[in-house]
Design a protein around this ligand. Structure first.
Ligand SMILES: N[C@@H](CCC[C@H](N)C(=O)O)C(=O)O
Length: 278
């Protein structure tokens, strides 16, 4: 039986989303239907599909679910969290400026700022290999990963989802299209990984491209920006507040180190509304 769903097309620094209200309409999508929605030629087109649901636990305002363009459900999406906040405000689902949101990776706390930008408390980064998950004998600041072109140095960490961060001296010529998919499926990352290529500009700015697990290279990746800045701070290369320049725009990341949460600030934009029959 076919179903017609109302949707909103949004983006955060060019990382684009189809957002579905699962509170006022019944949304039950198969991986094949999710892939169709994300398809840029035959569907609506997006990097991720975001589903807004009623919370399943006390003390939170909403549940937020994330699906990559390949139809797989994942646990965290930073740019999506900002669009989520803009969506629930614009739809009148809440008037709170700071909301508590349940994700598969735990509670996140996004806040709508007076200037329309959104700041998300993404929680602390995690470095234990088992938490990422990453196959390593012991935790280390950097690891050497063997790929077809030879050994590469990475930082591996979790921002609620897995990230590998590599440093490059030229972001334009970085081998994102070749190393990205190879590292995404490297056997040392049993749940695959998002792969960030970071070029240092100075201690308070980096350039970043991310080959995202399940979506390919996107114009920006919020958790990727958090992971790259955390990696740079851990290695003593960056200050606690850093501007991340992506192909889709700028994001600001703040991290005080240790178990402190990482804060992500950036835009959240509505592009258009529509309906799709599946
Ligand atoms: N675009 C995102 C991350 C989306 C999920 C990621 N591809 C994964 O598989 O973990 C962001 O802004 O963080």
């Amino acid at each position: 039986m076919s179903q017609t769903l109302k949707f909103t097309k949004m983006h955060g620094a060019g990382n684009d989303f189809v957002v579905l209200d699962g509170i006022h309409q019944r949304v039950a999508l198969t991986p094949e239907q999710l892939r169709f929605i994300a398809d840029r030629h035959f569907g609506i087109g997006c990097d991720q599909i975001l589903l807004v649901e009623a919370p399943t636990q006390a003390g939170v305002d909403f549940r937020y679910r994330i699906f990559n363009a390949d139809g797989g459900e994942v646990s965290q999406c930073g740019n999506g969290a900002r669009c989520f906040v803009r969506f629930v405000h614009d739809k009148g689902l809440t008037n709170k400026r700071e909301i508590r949101v349940e994700t598969a990776a735990g509670i996140i706390v996004p806040r709508l700022e007076a200037d329309g930008q959104v700041t998300v408390d993404m929680g602390p980064p995690r470095f234990e290999p088992a938490d990422i998950p990453f196959v390593a004998e012991a935790r280390a600041t950097t690891y050497v990963l063997d790929i077809a072109d030879g050994p590469v140095e990475i930082v591996a960490l979790s921002m609620g989802n897995p990230h590998a961060v590599l440093e490059t001296c030229n972001i334009e010529t970085a081998p994102v299209a070749t190393w990205g998919p190879e590292i995404e499926r490297h056997p040392r990352f049993p749940q695959r990984v998002n792969v960030g290529f970071m070029q240092l500009v100075h201690r308070r700015a980096i350039k970043l491209r991310v080959f995202e697990r399940g979506s390919g290279e996107t114009l920006a990746c919020g958790t990727g920006a958090c992971a790259a800045v955390v990696a740079g701070i851990q290695r003593g290369l960056l200050d606690p507040v850093v501007e991340v320049q992506t192909r889709g725009g700028a994001l600001t990341i703040r991290w005080a180190g240790g178990d402190a949460p990482v804060y992500l600030t950036g835009p959240a934009v509505t592009v258009f509304e529509g309906e799709i029959t599946l």
